[in-house]
Design a protein around this ligand. Sequence first.
Ligand code: UT7
Length: 331
Amino acid sequence: MMPQAHIIGTGSAVPERILTNKDLESIVDTSDEWIIRRTGIKERRISSKEKDESTTDLATKASLKAMEMAGISSENLDMIVVGTVTSDRQFPSTACMVQQDLKAENAIAFDVSAGCTGFLYALTIANNAIRCGTCENALVIGVERLSSVVNWRDRNTCVLLADGAGAVVVTSKKDRGGILSSRLKSDGTLWELLYSSYGNSYIPEVLQGIDLKPLHLEMDGNRLFKKAIEYMSTITQRVMQDTSLSSEEIQLVIPHQANIRIIQGLAKSLKVPMEKVYTNIHKYGNTSSATIPIALDEANREGLVKKGENVLLVSFGSGLTWGASILNWSF
Ligand code: UT7
């Protein structure tokens, strides 16, 4: 039997500082009521400069928790792959910085830039390496510090985006299960729907202490909204065909947490009841490539994912990129 990639540990880390919708009312022309009704977000976490909450710090903290759960030491890692668009430096990669922190001297380390789908891209790369036999143990991370690239004068985006990290340890086993199917897609012709470029240098007073980068983000929320539901539904159907699983045989859906209305639209289109869909957007907002691994870790630690059950991960983001994976939970 070909080696299969099994997740054997999950971890997550979010900054201490909570930014509520009420706090945002003093920054831009918005309201708690609008944000909850249109997005489902109540609060989010924002990194502080003085608190060891850089992209690398958050990624390392999440990784240590995942490795502890997996019972794996850093010298046994042979790949560290990070999905992020908010690395601390242009180069080297966040993965190399995490490698240094973990003293994972036997690993290869690199980042993947695929917007909010970054974690699923990274997971798919690790899955392929394990199935080919070129990797035994991979650390897969999704991490963002979007507060550093948000335009804090733009109410269309600053109420949505936030910081956090999630990680999983994936290992090679000859047992059935693990990652059953993983599919990715991208369409660069739609890059202008969500991008970041140079220009902004404003930090609102209540957020002094943010390590701001000379970048800011532009988003066409309405067009993205429609594409998100359509593309996530189509790619989910593809992984369900690959695995011959019906929606009734999926016990838990962990979608990208961009907007509760997108998640509800996706559930409706897949004919999956919302009780089977894990959401934590109310607490953390949209942390891009970190939403899925944070949610997976929380669901796992809450005992919501049981051995033998099928879990669907599905995401969508800047690029455009989108992807889905079905896992058979094996620990
Ligand atoms: O992570 C993956 C990529 N991101 C996404 O997939 C995000 C997808 N898009 C969305 O989640 C939604 O489109 C948004 C949450 C961004 C916007 O929600 P919407 O229901 O599509 O609102 P809208 O853009 O149609 O705006 C409706 C109104 C506008 O006012 P007018 O023109 O009707 O007077 C906006 O100016 O709401 C206004 N508005 C706000 N009002 C209060 C926009 N942002 C805010 C705000 N507070 N923060």
